[in-house]
Design a protein around this ligand. Structure first.
Ligand SMILES: Nc1nc2c(c(=O)[nH]1)N[C@H]1C(S)=C(S)[C@@H](COP(=O)(O)O)O[C@H]1N2
Ligand SMILES: [Mo]
Length: 529
């Protein structure tokens, strides 16, 4: 029994050392074998499980899976130890088996880093060696080439290995910070697009919207910022807790299926345009970024898995080329049905050609905030489709395929709505008190239908009043709204909000979950003041 425990402990410690070694080496190639396994599980999981995980764990779902896989590896190590001991193998046989397993661990490590890092490189070699040192040290200390050694010597070997790994880990961090690929870097400065083509650019906010006064107090209830300001000055739309009319990309939400974002080299990158076209064609990064049809567009993106009042919604200034132009230059055949976007992470999305050919605002963005696109938002180029949920807007685009049949996209295969047209939404974001004056404010969005009006109720939906709408920064962006009233000593307020879209249709009242077509329902919050 005691021996079983020792053997199990040895194998468990070896597995744990392996996991730690991989974590240490991770920055070198931007991933490791554990992440490769977790990523494979994410993509293989049935849609119902993926949706359940997103709904239950939100943005932590992917990292919980990684932790689970790591525990699984350690557990497997312990199980192997127990099995070896129970198997009643002789010392010689145990040693032979340990060599076979060591070889397997080495192969999996090298293979995993190969997949994670996209091939053979000096970084791949360094990562493999670094990750192998800790389990190697445990193995060497226990069995070693010349059998088990004394406790003292084992300790010395282990601390030597620990030192190597610490030094290697520091090196890995430094190298990991420096770009592993040449060419234009994500988030680098970009030449501004010609004034005359900048048609979708942010329209300036009307003046006379001063910022918040000095705050006396501030808190957050149900995700809504409750604050109190000193003076009776005008509220505007920028009081504490209100989002910026147009935000910075650094504050933009991030959602994708990947545990770590793919790394793409702008010099090696090319956009292929193929399928039902007159002649397939490739565009280089320079050809895309200097394309004469490049234009700016201010866009509000929202994820289809956003819940009522949620944070997966952001507005920023993008720069790109309409894909209609790129496709027409290439020559689209008459039997075209779908325009499929392919991506560096294996993701795909599709939109009917009948829709794309009608619209100038569906475009391949290579810039945001006057800079190149950050890695996590799809460097070097990502699609943007105003009016549709974020899932349609493929990041890390590598190709446009004109398909003569209906393409089944990544999330569509997992049971989400194919068209993914944005449902009208309105959220409460902030409430501020300036003496007896109170303003409640938030955002409203109806995709490209636009927002016509926003109503606010303070009595649980009995009576409604019209909110003041700020002009939208563009035809593809949200409106901020506020509603001001006087109430000397309110203790709690039951705030409800509903919007009417540009077609005159009121936002759906009934609550529904994000799956399969995006959440619906009026946002209501009870706020204590
Ligand atoms: N290649 C790729 N593109 C993708 C995804 C993805 O997993 N892979 N996720 C989509 C989803 S669900 C959303 S909401 C948006 C989010 O874009 P953002 O991270 O830039 O906000 O990207 C979309 N594009
Ligand atoms: Mo999404």
């Amino acid at each position: 029994m005691a021996r079983t425990r020792t053997t199990a402990l040895f194998w468990g410690a070896g597995a744990l050392a392996w996991v730690l070694g991989m974590v240490v080496a991770r920055p070198l190639v931007g991933g490791d074998p554990t992440l490769v396994v977790a990523q494979t599980l994410i993509e293989a999981a049935p849609g119902s499980i993926a949706t359940w995980a997103i709904e239950t764990f939100g943005k932590y779902a992917q990292w919980l899976l990684v932790v689970g896989v790591s525990f699984g590896i350690v557990g497997a190590g312990v199980a192997i130890g127990v099995a070896i001991d129970r198997g009643g193998l002789g010392v010689q046989r145990q040693l032979q088996l340990s060599y076979v397993i060591a070889l397997g661990v080495f192969a999996v490590t090298a293979g995993g880093f190969y997949v994670a890092g996209g091939g053979i490189s000096s970084r791949w070699l360094l990562a493999t060696i670094l990750a192998i040192v800790p389990p190697g040290a445990v193995w060497w200390a226990q069995v070693g080439p010349r059998g088990a050694v004394g406790k003292r010597r084992a300790m010395r070997r282990m601390s030597g290995a620990a030192g190597t790994v610490l030094a290697g880990g520091a090196l890995a961090r430094v190298l990991g910070e420096s770009p592993s690929v040449g060419g234009v870097q994500p988030g680098a400065d970009l030449d501004p697009v010609d004034e005359k083509t900048g048609t979708g650019r942010t329209t300036p906010a009307p003046t006379g919207t001063p910022g918040g006064e000095a705050l006396e107090s501030r808190s957050k209830t149900n995700g809504v910022v409750v604050s109190e300001a000193a003076s009776d000055a005008t509220f505007g739309f920028d009081f504490e807790g209100m989002p910026d009319r147009v935000g910075a990309i650094d504050n933009h939400y991030v959602v994708d299926k990947n545990i770590s974002a793919p790394t793409v080299n702008s010099q090696q990158w090319e956009l292929t345009i193929e399928g039902a076209v007159e002649e397939p064609r490739v565009l280089s990064y320079d050809e895309l970024t200097t394309h004469p049809a490049a234009r700016d567009l201010t866009l509000t993106m929202v994820c289809i898995s956003n819940t009522v009042g949620g944070d997966l919604i952001s507005t920023t200034d993008w720069t790109g080329v309409p894909i209609k132009t790129l496709l027409e230059e290439t020559g689209v055949e008459a039997d075209a049905i779908d325009i499929v976007t392919h991506a560096a992470d294996g993701y795909s999305e599709a939109l009917p050609w009948s829709v794309v050919s009608e619209r100038e605002d569906i475009f391949l963005a290579f810039g945001v905030d006057g800079k190149t696109v950050p890695k996590r938002h799809g460097f070097p180029a990502r699609l943007l489709i105003p009016g549709r949920y974020g899932m349609k807007s493929t990041k890390w685009v590598t190709g446009l395929e004109v398909s003569a049949s209906d393409h089944e996209a990544y999330w569509e295969k997992r049971g989400w709505d194919e068209r993914a047209v944005i449902n009208t939404l309105s959220y409460v974001r902030a409430i501020q008190r300036r003496g007896a004056q109170i303003a409640v404010g938030g955002i409203a969005y109806a995709g490209i239908r636009g927002v016509e009006g926003v109503d606010v109720s303070l009595d649980g939906g009995e009576t409604w009043a019209e909110a003041t709408l700020e002009s939208a920064p563009s035809a593809s962006a949200w409106n901020r709204w506020r509603y001001e009233f006087t109430q000397p000593n309110p203790e709690a307020l039951d705030v409800r909000v509903r919007a009417t879209d540009g077609d005159g249709n009121r936002q759906r009242r009934g609550r529904s979950n994000p799956h399969p077509g995006g959440s619906t329902g009026w946002h209501s919050v009870t706020l204590s003041l």
